[in-house]
Design a protein around this ligand. Structure first.
Ligand code: ITT
Length: 199
């Protein structure tokens, strides 16, 4: 079975590849195609955007496609940046720009009110009639400064309550074990195991 990852985000691809590597599946990315269209994420929910990405890439390639849409929901900011996490500081910004704006907007928020949650929705589109939707989330809080050098995106400012470590202080395997994406991917892995068992 071949599966196309409907994402241009190399950091996500790395996390997904590690978790699904044991499956008898050939994972393809945008690099395996001459050109895959950039899907415009114009829906106002994670599910809407994940569905759109998976569907457009499925229609373009004719192959099963899987898309992940993720957001960081900060309670003190009424759920911001949420669905707009990749463009929080504007269009064409860096991960660091987004983190700096978030830290600035949280400047006066005391530790007890800094709770946040990562949420991921993954849509797996096998064909026109078969679609699976799973979710995964991870709770933590926004620190006062960046810590750690691993991971990507908001990882250096997202801290876990139990250990006080930021996601950027965890190895890829440690992050995958407890993260929003790791949790969603474990559900997808079960589905794919069933599918490949019967083919
Ligand atoms: P695709 O749509 O091409 O998959 P994207 O980077 O636009 O890539 P999302 O909209 O799902 O992906 O992600 C929004 C942003 O949230 C992303 O750009 C990162 O800044 C951040 N993000 C996503 N997953 C993350 C993670 O596991 N750790 C830290 N930040 C993450």
């Amino acid at each position: 079975m071949r599966l196309v990852l409907a994402t241009h985000n190399r950091d996500k691809i790395q996390e997904i590849n590690v978790l699904l590597q044991e499956l008898p599946i050939q994972i393809l990315t945008f690099e395996d195609f001459d050109s895959l269209p950039e899907v415009i994420e114009d829906r106002d929910t994670l599910e809407g955007n994940a569905e759109k990405k998976a569907r457009e890439i499925y229609e373009e390639t004719g192959l099963p496609a899987m898309a992940d849409d993720t957001g960081l929901f900060v309670h003190a900011l009424h759920g911001e940046p949420g669905v707009y996490s990749s463009r929080y500081a504007g269009e064409n910004v860096t991960y660091a720009d987004n983190r700096h704006l978030l830290l600035k907007n949280m400047e006066d928020v005391p530790l007890k009110d800094r709770d946040a949650e990562f949420r991921t929705i993954i849509v797996l589109m096998l064909n026109e009639d078969e679609k699976f939707i799973v979710e995964g989330s991870c709770s933590g809080y926004i620190g006062f400064k960046e810590k750690g050098t691993m991971g990507f995106g908001y990882d250096p400012i997202f801290y876990l309550k139990e250990s006080g470590k930021s996601f950027a202080e965890l190895s890829l395997a440690e992050k995958n074990e407890i993260s929003h994406r790791g949790r969603a991917l474990k559900k997808i892995k079960k589905i794919l195991e069933e599918i490949t068992k019967n083919t």
